[in-house]
Design a protein around this ligand. Structure first.
Ligand SMILES: [Zn+2]
Length: 135
């Protein structure tokens, strides 16, 4: 089984992908993130990954992640951690086996990174020039 890709190496390409880069938090997801805080939302992310992605054969694979309603769902589509096909294509995590703890942590780290960048970008501050070049 090939090793999963390094998130740092993958990130610029992922953020530049036309389909991935169009995802934004809507007002409801933004409000949810503000009310619950990023730590709680990331606990939800770990739970979604464990229940919807980690099984060897996830239920409704390819359609298990809604398009709205929770900030983590948006982050999953934006980071290609929405289904096992995207995880395989983008992250080098093969389909057909139960995700290891390290693979689940990788998916949650991608979600966390996207939410952090999104929250920073919406805080009314200009991103650093170095960050802007990755967007
Ligand atoms: Zn997907």
């Amino acid at each position: 089984m090939p090793a999963m890709h390094d998130l740092d190496a993958l990130w610029p390409r992922l953020r530049a992908a036309p389909f991935r880069r169009k995802f934004r938090l809507g007002p409801n997801e933004r409000d949810y993130l503000r009310r619950h805080g990023r730590a709680a939302v990331l606990r939800h992310a770990a739970d979604f990954v464990a229940r919807r992605l980690a099984p060897a054969q996830p239920a409704r694979d390819g359609r298990q992640t809604p398009w709205r309603g929770h900030p983590v769902f948006i982050a999953q589509h934006a980071t290609a951690t929405c289904c096992r096909g995207c995880l395989e294509t983008w992250h080098g995590i093969a389909r057909g086996h139960a995700l290891s703890a390290a693979e689940q942590a990788h998916a949650v780290a991608a979600i966390a990174r996207w939410l952090a960048e999104t929250a920073d970008a919406s805080a009314g501050t200009e991103p650093e020039p170095r960050q802007r070049s990755l967007l």
